[in-house]
Design a protein around this ligand. Structure first.
Ligand SMILES: Cc1cc2nc3c(=O)[nH]c(=O)nc-3n(C[C@H](O)[C@H](O)[C@H](O)COP(=O)(O)OP(=O)(O)OC[C@H]3O[C@@H](n4cnc5c(N)ncnc54)[C@H](O)[C@@H]3O)c2cc1C
Length: 395
């Protein structure tokens, strides 16, 4: 190792950004202070749980997707915008798409997952995923064109009735009101199969109140520019639609596939309980791309909540490994879950409490305000929320 340890963090989402910020907060002796580099292909962090608020215009993109440069101002973390191409474990180096090469002493893999687009013909060309700022902009652009048109109805099919599909459906219905015709398509016999019953019931009520059609036990045969093929009980129906949103599946970032790390059957990186990658003690993995188990052997959900909890352990364990201290085994605490169900409604359950409606909407907002990265950003967003009603009143 060179005199200054080099920590390279790949991916600036919930796992990577929060690990970097935590590492920067830890106390290092002067001669041990590491060089921390965060790499992401985007210029902005995205707080995905609030991405739906862009559909209804409840929030602005600067609030949910602040630039890394702004978040890291005043820290010792170096940010590089670039796409990770290759990891050479033997040389301990990372190569970016533009051939930049970085050497590391400790590597953090936090590249997350992508939405697969090859499973059904037409998905790549005609459906919109809902994962990034660009996806939200693309949806908004399409909606604006349709809203300005003379079309009586705007027909939208949302594939997948998991959290993203349900939350998106409610927001779209509230934006389009009586002009929207929204269908939620689910291959299983229920929406939100993994959610607590209270949340599922609240979601069913919200969907029904908004007149959202739910197709259960239905799969998709094909998507074209203006239609979607739905298969129900071996019968295929072709339904005309203006927009198809594709919210199903999680596929590990392709950069991980070629670096010779131990992967599980889903292609996720396997780790020890310290979050060190199997057989690679200098590499740590966390978030959606890592296969991390609870103490009783169950998989940890692929959520921001899990990635945030893991980031504390990864930062601490890297600090420990560089300062000759014992590393900690990761333990997951399920804090419950929240969902947005429209522009004035949400549901929240966990830690022994559960409620829905406008109060849950406010509680969810406050929890997420607290979870936004950096105090400076929390203050900017919080102040905006406080002053916005006043500005609207005066304008
Ligand atoms: C719409 C939506 C809503 C969600 N809502 C919730 C919620 O309410 N609650 C909750 O707990 N979870 C929620 N999630 C899940 C949550 O976003 C993920 O579990 C979490 O982001 C995982 O963190 P991560 O660090 O593994 O990946 P991410 O946060 O996805 O970060 C991965 C980062 O890696 C970067 N990257 C990927 N490949 C490369 C490459 N080759 N080179 C450089 N950079 C790369 C990406 O740009 C990204 O910034 C939601 C997800 C979505 C899509």
């Amino acid at each position: 190792m060179t005199s200054v340890p080099r920590i390279c963090i790949l991916g600036g989402g919930f796992g990577g950004l929060y690990t970097a910020l935590r590492l920067n907060q830890l106390v290092w002796a002067n001669d041990q202070k590491p060089e921390i580099t965060l790499i992401d292909r985007q210029t902005n962090f995205v707080f995905t749980p609030l991405l739906y608020e862009l559909v209804t215009g409840e929030m602005q993109s600067w609030e949910i997707a602040p630039p890394f440069a702004e978040l890291l101002k005043g820290t010792d973390i170096r940010f590089i915008q670039g796409s990770v191409d290759y990891i050479d474990k033997a040389q301990k180096s990372v190569t970016l798409e533009d051939s930049t090469e970085l050497e590391y002493d400790r590597l953090v893999l936090a590249l997350g997952c992508e939405t697969p687009s090859e499973s059904v013909p037409g998905v790549r060309d005609h459906a919109i995923p809902f994962r990034s700022l660009q996806d939200a902009y693309k949806l908004d652009e399409k909606l604006r064109v349709l809203e300005a048109s003379t079309a009586e109805k705007i027909r939208i099919a949302i594939v997948g009735a998991g959290y993203s599909g349900v939350e998106l459906a409610c927001k779209l219905a509230d934006r389009l009101k009586s002009r929207g015709r929204i269908r939620l398509i689910q291959s299983r016999d229920t929406i939100l199969p993994n959610a607590p019953k209270f949340n599922r019931d609240a979601a069913l009520k919200a969907l029904e109140q908004r007149g959202i059609w739910v197709d259960l036990e239905t799969t998709v045969s094909e998507i074209t520019a203006d239609s979607i093929g739905l298969i129900y009980k071996d019968q295929t129906d072709i339904i005309p639609v203006e927009i198809v949103m594709w919210t199903v599946g999680n596929q590990v970032s392709p950069a991980i596939n070629h670096c010779g790390l131990a992967l599980n059957a889903q292609g996720k990186i396997t780790t020890a309980e310290t979050l060190q990658v199997t057989d690679n003690p200098d590499i740590y993995a966390l978030g959606d791309a890592a296969a991390i188990l609870t103490v009783d052997g169950n998989s940890i959900p692929t959520t921001a909540q899990s990635a945030l909890q893991q980031s504390d352990f990864v930062a601490w364990n890297i600090w420990s490994s560089l300062t000759d201290r014992p590393q900690l085994a990761f333990s997951y605490t399920n804090l419950g879950e929240m969902m947005t169900l429209g522009d004035d409604n949400a549901v929240l359950s966990g830690m022994g409490i559960q409620f829905d409606g406008p109060l849950a909407y406010v509680a969810r907002r406050l929890v997420y305000l607290y979870r936004l990265p950096t105090l400076d950003h929390q203050l900017k967003v919080g102040l905006n929320w406080l002053t916005q009603p006043l500005v609207k009143l005066l304008s």
